[in-house]
Design a protein around this ligand. Structure first.
Ligand code: LMR
Length: 398
């Protein structure tokens, strides 16, 4: 019955992470998957999350199905985080927000919605982008293209080529943009570049789809929402999928949100209705617990303030690791420019390692980076950064 089924080649991120778990070598270092590890190499349980868990545990009640669009208290606090308290678009009721199963779930529900209501639209992804974007949008039946993004020669952004390409797209084309902390390159648009891109999105009537999975890991929780707020203030209608997996260290709780900024409240109601239907025919309704953690933290001023300070500390630790890695490897490999470790932002750095070099790093030294050369710098700590730099230096020496 099933003999004709093709074997699954595995996922470039999740399968590599599984390989890491099975690797028996005691000194192995996991810089593959986008997970923040603390300086002891552990996935932290944040104090704000621990306190929210205690609040929820003290009020254990029935566990009904959530509505298709998720819990009302979760849906109320998320827009305030993304747009800021008192943003006019919230008061105008023109943002349709639903709780999603991680931001991946938000991408998928958004993709299904686009396929139904904009059937002639194709989607453009940055070159490169998160390994799973293509699969999610193709899986929803959309045609996927790429626009220029990363400059291999400089390690920076090909902004002019990106803008010029987007300026040629047919109206209602969908453009996936990383709101901050670009995955996999760590290369972001500056505020001035966002401001320069917005008129192109407007003139071409493009539909932006923002992926905001790392809010707080770039500059700050507030500053990393710049693109979301700037697009809204310009009058654009667009999608944004955001995640709490990394920023609250609640990966397995699968909590994120999909928001659609609409021209007015009447259209937001139409959009929300069809998002609900999309959810119903996929998985009916989202799980309860993770969303309640988020709602408790964001809805309790002391917990929210604590969470902000914890995210600040995580970001500061990542930046310190970037500096240490840069210092050590620059000393070990003189004459080669590693400044990208300092300028790239968020969890990831694009190292420029070839597939063969990434394979050697893993096989010979037990240091796991993606085969694309992406390194999760949030997996570095004071106990492994030196060994990472040594291994990288050896691999680069050939
Ligand atoms: C990553 O990019 O490593 C993370 O977002 C985890 C994932 O699901 O791919």
């Amino acid at each position: 019955m099933f003999a004709h089924i093709a074997p699954y080649a595995g996922d470039p991120i999740l399968s590599l992470n599984e390989d890491f778990q099975k690797d028996p070598r005691p000194g192995k270092i996991n810089l593959s998957i986008g997970i923040y590890f603390d300086d002891a190499g552990k996935i932290p349980v944040m104090e704000s999350v621990r306190k929210a868990e205690a609040v929820l545990a003290a009020h254990v009640g029935p566990k009904p199905y959530l509505p298709m669009e998720g819990a009302a208290n979760f849906r109320a606090v998320v827009p305030k985080l993304l747009w800021g308290e008192g943003h006019p678009a919230i008061a105008e009721g023109r943002i349709a927000t639903m709780q999603s199963v991680g931001s991946s779930g938000g991408l998928k529900v958004g993709a299904d919605f686009i396929k139904t209501w904009f059937p002639d639209s194709a989607i453009w992804l940055s070159d490169p982008t998160w390994d799973n974007h293509k699969a999610v949008f193709e899986g929803a039946g959309l045609t996927v293209h790429t626009y220029p993004y990363y400059d291999n020669a400089t390690g920076g952004l090909r902004f002019d080529a990106m803008r010029d390409t987007l300026a040629t797209l047919p109206p209602k084309s969908v453009v996936l943009l990383h709101a901050c902390c670009h995955n996999p390159t760590g290369v972001d648009l500056t505020k001035a570049q966002w401001d320069a891109l917005i008129p192109v999105l407007k003139e071409r009537q493009l539909i932006a789809f923002l992926d905001l999975a790392y809010q707080g890991f770039g500059d700050s929780i507030e500053e990393d929402a710049y693109a979301v707020r700037a697009l809204t203030d310009s009058g654009l209608s667009f999608f944004v999928a955001n995640s709490f997996s990394k920023s609250m260290s609640v990966y397995g709780e699968r909590c994120g949100a999909l928001s659609v900024v609409c021209p007015n409240a009447a259209e937001a109601a139409l959009v929300l209705g069809q998002l609900k239907f999309t959810v119903r025919r996929n998985y009916s309704n989202p799980p309860l617990h993770g969303g309640q953690l988020v709602a408790t933290i964001l809805g309790t001023p002391e917990l929210k303030a604590l969470w902000f300070s914890e995210v600040d500390a995580m970001r500061t630790r990542i930046q310190a690791m970037r500096q240490r890695l840069h210092a050590i490897i620059s000393a070990k490999v003189p004459g080669r420019d590693f400044s990208y470790f300092l300028t790239q932002r968020g969890m990831f750095s694009y190292t420029g390692l070839t597939v063969a070099q990434a394979d050697r790093l893993r096989e010979e030294f037990g240091v796991y980076v993606l085969r694309s050369g992406r390194m999760c710098v949030a997996g570095l700590n004071n106990g492994n950064v030196e060994r990472t730099a040594e291994a990288m230096a050896a691999v680069l020496a050939g």
